[in-house]
Ligand binder design. Structure first.
Ligand code: NDP
Length: 287
């Protein structure tokens, strides 16, 4: 069997087109949509991510505001920038690029972000809304994965989903979304302490691999015909690879997201979708 490739690039293009139309509609009503990023230090990967976010924001017609602090910035200085952006009327959505340099508390900074401007959906208030099954900005990576499933018409109701990884960024919100009312998968959340991981994964109709271990998931982890979502981004001597051994798994799976070009492009698209949604809410409430 050769698995169908689920192209995140194609889905991201559709999401970006929808966002651009909504940004244009707000603009017709006199509202410019603004996305701000907060970057601290000179980590090359973080700089690339932030640059890509600005490019993507500008391409859909958003104003993008770039706050770059030196690695020597103090916790108070970083939080002061977030407070300033909270008060900045041009800003509808904000992201704090994580991880922050050693010595800074990224979680405390995220908690300073006004939940109404939380484009990453990572503020505890918004994570709480997710737990309560109420609408709000959804963490960008799992939100993007849900878009991939919808775009390719992949059924979730009554199917078993195994999510490997339980970070607040990916694994935990992913499990909540898959198990939410209306999506209705039966969800297993696995992690580094899960015994017999391959056996557990073989129960999955939908397998989400979000662990950060290059090509850990080989064919023995995959039920024939399963949908495999590879979240991992691992930089190795052989280049960028996912958590899934793609060539081997493609022989068994029914469908698979590639790395690169799968989940990655969706993360930025979801960030833009969250930002325009927050802008629409502000506009509707007259703020
Ligand atoms: P974290 O390191 O925060 O979490 C990793 C999770 O995987 C933990 O829950 C950990 O378990 C679990 N884990 C680690 N090793 C194993 C193992 N051998 N077997 C089973 N479970 C294991 O990572 P993130 O969630 O932030 O990211 C995961 C991956 O996704 C990374 O490669 C990251 O680069 C990538 N990523 C990709 C994005 C994209 O846009 N495509 C966006 C965000 C992340 P435990 O809790 O027990 O320690």
């Amino acid at each position: 069997m050769s698995a169908k490739i689920l192209s995140g690039k194609d889905v991201a293009a559709a999401v970006r087109a929808d966002v651009a139309a909504r940004v244009a509609e707000l603009s017709r009503r006199g509202k410019t949509v603004g996305l701000a990023t907060v970057l601290v230090g000179d980590d090359p990967a973080s700089q690339v991510y932030v640059r890509n976010k600005h490019r993507a924001a500008q391409a859909v017609g958003m104003l993008s505001i770039d706050e770059h602090l030196p690695a020597t910035a103090t916790q108070d200085e970083v939080e002061a920038v977030v407070e300033r952006l909270n008060a900045d009327r041009r800003v509808d959505g904000m992201i704090v690029q994580l991880p922050l340099p050693a010595g800074l508390d990224g979680q405390a900074v995220v908690e300073r972000v006004d939940p109404a401007k939380d484009a990453d959906g990572l503020h505890p208030f918004n994570l709480g809304l997710l737990v309560l099954d109420r609408p709000g900005p959804i963490p960008a990576t799992p939100g993007g994965i849900m878009e991939i499933l919808r775009f390719y018409d992949i059924a979730t109701a009554g199917r078993t989903a195994v999510v490997v990884g339980r970070s607040f960024l990916v694994g935990r919100p992913m499990a909540l979304l898959l198990g939410a009312k209306g999506t209705d998968a039966t969800v297993v959340q696995a992690h580094s302490r899960t015994p017999n991981l391959a056996e557990v994964c073989r129960t999955a109709d939908i397998l989400v691999a979000a662990v950060g271990r290059p090509e850990l998931f080989d064919a023995s982890y995959v039920k024939p015909g399963a949908v495999v979502i590879d979240v991992g981004i691992n930089r190795t001597d052989a280049g960028l690879v996912g958590d899934v051994d793609r060539d081997a798994v493609a022989e068994v799976a029914g469908a698979i997201t590639p790395v690169p070009g799968g989940v990655g492009p969706m993360t930025i698209a979801s960030l833009l979708a969250n930002t325009v949604m927050l802008a629409e809410r502000r506009s509707a409430s007259g703020n």
